[in-house]
Write a protein that binds this ligand. Structure first.
Ligand code: HEM
Length: 435
């Protein structure tokens, strides 16, 4: 038996193939994943959401926005729902996420599911299915959502800063979406989500008064529309002194986004469907952009490039084309970098991780299987870690070290088994070639 150049060249390839086989076997979502484990899952999510919506129609835009902020940051893994702990900062506490709402609604849906199928339906699946229902409630299209996502066992506050900003210009926005695999056209389509909900004055007031360091409003804005926005923001200003025209367009820090729903709801804001709900999901948004009536700077920037303006025009004149494309891009967004199989967990409480591994962040190195099964972004590499669900007091340095050692033993055994299998296959193959 000889290891010639060709065979030794094939060995690493075989290894890579094996690894990709392992990862691909965990990377697919399924149609109706819960058909046996929790057949009522979709019905429970839908009916609970509709029940909440009957009382409070702000739930659907809030959840649609929530799924975007979850999926954009290290994939659709419900990491945005985690509260911070002594061991882990949370995405929801970072500046780009501080105006998110809807956490309590997801908690309610989760508790209904836990009553019927405990520990089965992941928070990540709840979020994407509830977002699909939210799109329908807002007058948008139906799209099928495959399920089987698992929840992350950590939050990624550092990556939240990669979320697009309302002040971004077109090339920055396109770059940010391209970094997540979305084309220019898909970026234009996704922003059509700004057909529902409302935008608080603090996110656009600089455009109304002092744009780009001048004393003038944004010249890309229709003057009458700017006047309308000024009147809306001024009218309510007296009731909410916390936000003034000169304040930063970014949300100001608040103690906990999960408890600020009522506060943010009371702040002065412009409704996206300001012509009334009958204008249809998408129609007003794209027509408005062509007339200089985009509310956020980032929205209006879609008319600053040739290709994006072309798509804005097409959607403005053909709403069914927009609905078809929006359905497709939401399916793509909902499948971004998902965790499946053993690469994630099913939380019992969407705000807390369930894993029993409780190791302080600074003690840990990236776990080998996790790195292969889910390529981390460069930013996460240094801080890949497990974290403790709820009771930091239970974690002592000794126990965390023991857990770390166990993990290393399992990883070591796995690597030895894989290499052994490769060696056996190689012997067999070279035997066949020899004869
Ligand atoms: C360039 C990308 C985007 C930026 C900069 C952006 C920014 C914003 C801002 C600043 C608000 C107002 C929040 C508030 O007043 O509390 C908002 C609202 C909203 N965004 Fe976006 N967004 C972007 C893309 C998206 C995408 C892709 C979706 C969904 C697929 C989305 C869905 C929504 C919804 C539904 C609302 C209304 C929320 C509510 O009324 O509770 N956004 N967005």
């Amino acid at each position: 038996m000889k290891i010639d150049g060709k065979t030794s060249f094939l060995l690493p390839i075989g290894y890579c193939l094996l690894i990709s086989l392992i990862s691909s076997s965990y990377s697919s979502l399924e149609y109706d994943y819960y058909r046996e484990s929790c057949p009522q899952a979709h019905h429970i999510i839908r009916s609970t959401l509709h029940r909440i919506h009957d009382q409070n129609s702000t739930v659907s835009p809030a959840i649609l926005r929530l799924v975007f902020h979850d999926c954009f940051v290290q994939g659709c893994d419900a990491s945005v729902l985690l509260d911070n702990t002594a061991f882990m900062g949370s995405e929801k506490d970072t500046l780009p996420n501080q105006s998110l709402k809807g956490f309590d609604h997801i908690d309610l849906i989760k508790s209904e599911l836990e009553n019927v199928c405990p520990g089965v339906v992941s928070c990540a699946d709840i979020l994407v299915v509830a977002a699909r229902e939210s799109v329908i409630l807002a007058g948008g299209p139906f799209y099928p959502v495959h399920t089987g996502r698992k929840d992350s066992n950590r939050s990624y506050p550092e990556i939240s800063y990669e979320l697009p900003s309302p002040l971004d210009d077109l090339s920055t926005t396109i770059g940010r979406f391209a970094s997540r695999g979305f084309t220019e056209k898909e970026t234009v389509t996704l922003l059509g989500a700004h057909s529902t909900g409302k935008i608080r004055c603090k996110f656009f007031e600089r455009r109304l008064y002092k744009f780009g360091g001048t004393d003038q409003p944004d010249p890309s804005m229709d003057p009458e529309f700017a006047e309308l926005l000024r009147s809306i923001c001024n009218n309510t200003q007296a009731q909410t002194p916390a936000s003034s025209p000169s304040s930063s367009p970014s949300p100001s820090p608040s103690p906990s986004p999960s408890t600020t729903s009522s506060k943010t709801d009371q702040e002065q804001a412009m409704k996206m469907d300001y012509e009334g709900a009958g204008s249809g999901f998408g129609t007003l948004y794209y027509r408005g952009l062509l007339q200089g009536k985009g509310i956020l700077f980032v929205d209006q920037q879609l008319t600053a490039g040739e290709e994006t303006t072309n798509w804005v025009r097409q959607y403005a004149s053909d709403v069914s084309m927009f609905h078809r494309d929006f359905a497709q891009v939401m399916m793509k967004l909902s499948s971004t970098q998902v965790l499946t199989g053993p690469t994630g967990e099913v939380r019992t409480n969407c705000r807390e991780v369930s894993t029993s591994l409780c190791i302080p962040t600074h003690r840990l190195k990236p776990s080998i299987p996790a790195l292969f099964l889910r390529p981390p972004s460069p930013n996460t590499f240094v801080s890949f870690h497990f974290s403790c669900p709820s009771e930091p007091a239970l974690v002592s340095d000794d126990s965390s070290l023991t857990l770390l050692k166990h993990e290393q033993v399992v990883i070591g055994a796995l690597v030895v088994v894989i290499w052994f299998e490769i060696l056996v296959s190689w012997i067999l193959v070279s035997g066949f070639v020899g004869f």
